[in-house]
Design a binder for this molecule. Sequence first.
Ligand code: PFF
Length: 496
Amino acid sequence: MAHDNKWSSQTVFILAAVGSAVGLGNVWRFPYLAGQYGGGAFLIPYLIAFVVMATPILILELAIGQRMQRGPIKSLRHMHPAFGGVGLLGVISAFLVVAYYAVVMAWCLLYLLRSFAVAWADDPEGYFFGNVLQISDGVGQLGGFNWPVVAALAVIWLMIYFCIWQGPKSVGKVVLYTVPIPVAVLGVLFVRSVMLPGFWPGWQLYITPVWSAMLSPEVWTAAASQAFLTLSVAFAIMLTYASYKNPDEDIVQSSWITALADMAISLFAGFVVFAVLGYMAWSANTSVAEVTTSGPGLAFVVFPQALSLMPLPGLFSALFFFMLLTLGIDSAFSLVEPAIATILDIKPELKNTQVAGWVCLAAFGVGLLYTTRAGLYFLDIVDHFVVSYNAMLMALGMAILGGWVFGAELLRRYINEVSQWQIGRWWNWSIKWLVPGVLAILLATQLSTDLRTPYEGYPAWALALGWATVVVPVGLGLWMVRGFGAAAGDRKATPE
Ligand code: PFF
């Protein structure tokens, strides 16, 4: 049975999709990857992966969700009973991601509360690791809970809950604010950043291609996984959001609007970040390459440092962390939706308010691991495995199902029937050949790297936990396949 949760309009759907796509990934992860992999050299693989792989998958996910009108597991199982497990993989992965995504938002909240005092000004690195994270010496030392982070996490989950408690109805109201506000703040920060001395060398590093770096497969893996992550595809999120649309609504235009908005904001955020890094290098009298640093460091060490050096540091720090929070919240709640839609599919008699409450509480519970003093280590491990493997595997499963089992041409005909803009045969080719081929290569390369060198040198028992976040959902998915004969009433669907 199709569920009856619906968006109030197509515009609201687009806002929600853009809100989901544009998140911490755009402002913190993308610029840091661009810096790490040689600025312009990263941009080119990223743009290619974005256009020829991630966007076709977005179109596919929207088509499946909108056509099937069900949560991820039922939708995929309805297309072919053996593929429900692919949906399950997406649902569990989104849940695993949001459990730590909310913790990163909790750090933002703590920073926001302490912004006006610019408490980190003397030693931003010591402040982040010592004061905010109270980090232990290694992953083996849990060191107990870090109570301010626990409290901030509870507040974040309450906020998330009140955004989604009525499903698309309440989400539709919230995104009217949470999408434009951070973009406006980013605009203010952009203007401020180009007034800083040293911004130009920062930009130069960002946009000058380093052609040799493009030959490294590592750059391509990082670019492809970032393209997937930033568009929120391959985590069953967009599929779930599309299932709240009517079956005859446009797909192609909404996909391109979402993709272009997401890409534009990443590129724009890159200009702000690199201008600020340029300024930092100028202040410290060193090169820009010296001040670019690893993932969590960029948003929570380098930025606070740069902000503390600016005129009106309290105001700009508060604006920055407020922007991160508003950017993150609509992505966070979109990551919770697949689990809620799945539970409501199984038990339609339950209320959305109830199910949302239980899912939020469960994610808060799992997230407590990341609020211990070893939390950052666990976060780093789980993020690595879930993003590198689960998303790629789900995209691979969907591409095989859509492209080969169900039929790319059938899907394309349905998509073109309901859409104003038409997609050409290139889409079939991308879904059937390019996406599965490239994903298989990337997965194999990543697997061989991880088997040869332990990720970041973590001990085997800790990495076993990372592998479990891949093996357990994949195992459960396969176990579902076993029972596919029992998928009562779920016959193979064809688009009429
Ligand atoms: N697309 C969002 C972001 O880039 O922040 C949300 C997101 C989706 C984050 C999937 C992480 C993820 F694995």
